[in-house]
Every structure is written in structure tokens, then in C-alpha cells.
Design a protein around this ligand. Sequence first.
Ligand SMILES: [Zn+2]
Length: 154
Amino acid sequence: MPFVEFVTAIRGITEIAEGLKSLHDFKQVAEASSQLLQRLLTVESEALSLHNEYSIVLQQKSDLEKRLLEFEKWDDTASQYSLKKLVARSFVYVPNETNKAPKPMHYLCAKCYGDRKKSILQTIYVGTGGDRLFCPECKTRYEADSDDIRELDS
Ligand SMILES: [Zn+2]
């Protein structure tokens, strides 16, 4: 707890300085000066520690402010989407039917959405067996029916 040590060291300096007035012996003055120097070195050391801790706290504050902004930004983005079960029974997020909804029509990866990331699914074709959606961020694949894919063209 550097602040307590800092204050204690300052108090010690004050006491030694006040005691200097009553000293008349050279040896006692030299000893008090030595103690004073020791305390000043302690104060310097504690001041540096406090400065370092202050810098760390400032950095943490800045990081937390950035995270808060990201959370607020994500909340705004997340409010524009709703969970939907595709015909092929995969769950994705789709834009809400509001004026605020982003265009063109697209699906978001449910896993990335849960991780507070907006990742637009891309359509990949796997032969004649059906379509799949692919998340470029987390590489998750989603089963999709042709009706699901047609909805993307609307
Ligand atoms: Zn994803």
C-alpha cells in the first residue's frame, strides 16, 4: 500500500525536521540529517510507485471506457436483429422488420452474435444435396434450405 507508506515517510520527515531545531550537537545533527536523507529516498521511491500505479489505473480506465463504448455499440447493432430458425433448422440472426434494419437482407452467425461480433454468413454450395451458409469469422457451417437462400434475395 504505497500511499500509506508515502504519508508515513512524509510524517517522519516532518518530525525529524522539527527535532533539528532543538539539536546543538554536531553528531546529533549529522545523524538526523542521515535519517532525513533516508526518509527522502523512501518518499522518492514511494512517489515513483504511486506514479506507476496511477499510470496503470489510467490505462485500465481508458480500456474500460473503450470496452463500454464497444458494448454500447454492440447493443445498438444487436437490437437490429432477431433470432430465426431457418427452414433447414439452423438458427441464425436476421435483420428486424424495421426501418433501422440494415440492407440488403443477410443472416448473422449465431455463435459470433453470442460473442458480440457481427459476422455475415456467406452462401456456399455443396453440390446438389443442398446449400450451406458459412461464417467467415468462426468457420461454423449452417444447413440452409433453398427457401432460406431465396429469402436472402428478397
Ligand atoms: Zn461465426
